[in-house]
Design a protein around this ligand. Structure first.
Ligand code: ADP
Length: 497
């Protein structure tokens, strides 16, 4: 028997078959259409999300030569916050999915902040008011699709994040559910009581009738319908992508942290069973609920992570492929005093400066493309270190190691530099498909495929461990220069008028 993970991401749908050792048996992936109706708007077609997801599920089973009867359970992990509203009777979406990146509700969110809603929202949801989260997107759909609000008030519409939509489709509309980790990203969910909150629903103008039932992250929610490639298989795990990755990295105890080095970086730290409120402009989120136990996490993101490597490749043309940056960076002994702050789209946590812009400082006549490549790589590690400092200040927990995954985590030079800056080991696991693995684990645990959490914790294996080699004083000196470069990048746009 095997476990099938459905990993519904922002740009592609993937399906991965895992065996009892947590090893990958088959993978299938399909990209789908990104829709940009206006500047700052991003949509997906919910039917295309579903078609691509069930398509890759079938393909992955075919590649592994498996039938539905060989699959013990399905786990779902998904792009978070993306908002879909559909008709309960026909199952037809009434609008395209509004993707997490979409900024159309930014003005509404600014008005809420100006009206003083920040405190109530943060104290209940752990989140900072932003267009990113689902609540203002639901409101937008109800206010802009003709007749939608009346139909919602009459109980005829359903809202869901992508997990909920996939579950609805998998069970032919029998299940309208989500899990606590996805619910905690809607901005309508009280993470202390683990329930939808009437005051927040009022604030965002969302009727309770559209909401899914909130369940734990690991339980049998229902079975896939007949006539599907996965017919009869129980769906038994759900978690948002970053929380699933934290679980797949087996960061189960307070202080354990993972960073995903993708286009941006996503850093999450397990903070145990109490949702500490951030004083550092990070967000507090539900990590998962298993049985009666709810774990929480602090989360922060870096906007430009691996994307700075893409810029070195495509914008400057210094390398042909992203991995080549490692050799170019190794062509120089050190950064030669050059610092690159990739604030291409402003700075995220813990700085939050939308007016910051990219900056390169310290260039001399001796500066080469190698120094720039090195400064670019190093900038990723500096940003993650700043974020981790903020996290430790919030949680009061000192980091003992950082577990890593994502495309840029394959870069050994970057990982070594990260360990040097942090002063703790950076650990790269053997299976870097941690998001899908986390969803598979949540599902397999619920159906007894794996006997216990401890059994799967023992499966997590190290590919490589990067020990800090730099002296602490050398690391501090570098970070001081980085902080000075950061200052020069801040408030650039407004300063330029
Ligand atoms: P996403 O899920 O955000 O699409 P991935 O986890 O696939 O991202 O990682 C892709 C990112 O990693 C790209 O921004 C790319 O520039 C970067 N990347 C890939 N390989 C390397 C490498 N060897 N060194 C540095 N960066 C890399």
């Amino acid at each position: 028997m095997y476990i099938l993970a459905l990993d519904q991401g922002t740009t592609s749908s993937r399906a991965i078959v895992f065996d009892r050792d947590g090893a990958i048996r088959a993978v299938a992936q399909k990209e789908f259409t990104q829709i940009f109706p206006q500047a700052g708007w991003v949509e997906h077609d919910p039917q295309e999300i579903w078609a691509s997801q069930i398509g890759v599920a079938s393909e992955a089973l075919g590649r592994a030569r498996l039938a539905p009867g060989d699959i013990a359970a399905i786990g779902i992990t998904n792009q978070r916050e993306t908002t879909i509203v559909w008709d309960r009777r026909t199952g037809e979406p009434i609008h395209n999915a509004i993707v997490w990146q979409d900024r159309r509700t930014a003005d509404f969110c600014e008005r809420l902040k100006a009206a003083g809603a920040t405190d109530v929202v943060q104290s209940k949801t752990g989140l900072l008011i932003d267009a990113y989260f689902s609540a203002s997107k639901i409101r937008w759909i109800l206010d802009n699709v003709p007749g939608a609000r009346a139909r919602a008030d009459a109980g005829k519409l359903a809202f869901g994040t992508v997990d909920t939509w996939l579950m609805w489709k998998l069970t032919s509309g029998r299940q309208h559910v989500t899990d606590v980790s996805n619910a905690s990203r809607t901005m309508l969910f009280d993470i202390h009581t683990c329930d939808w909150d009437a005051e927040l629903l009022r604030l965002f103008g969302v009727p309770a009738s559209v909401l899914p039932e909130v369940r734990s992250s690991s339980e049998a929610y229902g079975k896939a319908s007949d006539a599907l490639a996965v017919q009869g298989v129980p769906i038994a795990g759900i978690a948002g992508d970053q929380q699933a990755a934290l679980f797949g990295q087996m960061c189960r105890t307070p202080g354990m942290s993972k960073n995903t080095y993708g286009t941006g970086c996503f850093l999450l730290q397990n903070i145990g069973n109490t949702p500490t409120r951030s004083r550092q402009k990070l967000v507090t989120t539900v990590a998962w609920k298993i049985g009666n136990r709810t774990d929480y996490a602090l989360e922060g993101s870096v906007f430009i992570g691996g994307a700075v490597v893409q810029w070195i490749r495509d914008g400057l043309g210094f390398v042909r492929t992203a991995p080549e940056i490692e050799a170019l960076a190794a062509s120089v002994a050190d950064n030669g005093g050059v610092y690159l702050v990739p604030a291409f789209a402003g700075l995220g946590a813990p700085h939050w400066d939308p007016y910051a812009r990219g900056t390169i400082v310290g260039i001399t006549r001796g500066t080469t493309s190698g120094h720039l490549a090195r400064a670019a790589l190093e900038s990723i590690a500096y940003q993650v270190t700043d974020l981790l400092d903020a996290m430790q200040a919030d949680s009061g927990i000192a980091l003992t190691e950082l577990r890593v995954d994502g495309g840029a985590a394959t870069n050994d030079t970057l990982m070594q530099f990260q360990a040097d800056l942090l002063g703790v080991p950076v650990v790269r696991p053997a299976v870097t498909e941690t998001t899908a693995l986390g969803a598979a684990y949540l599902a397999g645990l619920a159906v007894g495929y794996w006997p216990s959490l401890d059994a799967i914790t023992g499966q997590w294996q190290v590919d490589r461990r990067f020990e800090p080699q730099m002296t602490r004083s050398a690391a501090a000196a570098l970070r001081e220069r980085w902080a000075a470069a950061l200052q020069r990048s801040k408030a650039w746009e407004s300063a330029a008028g």
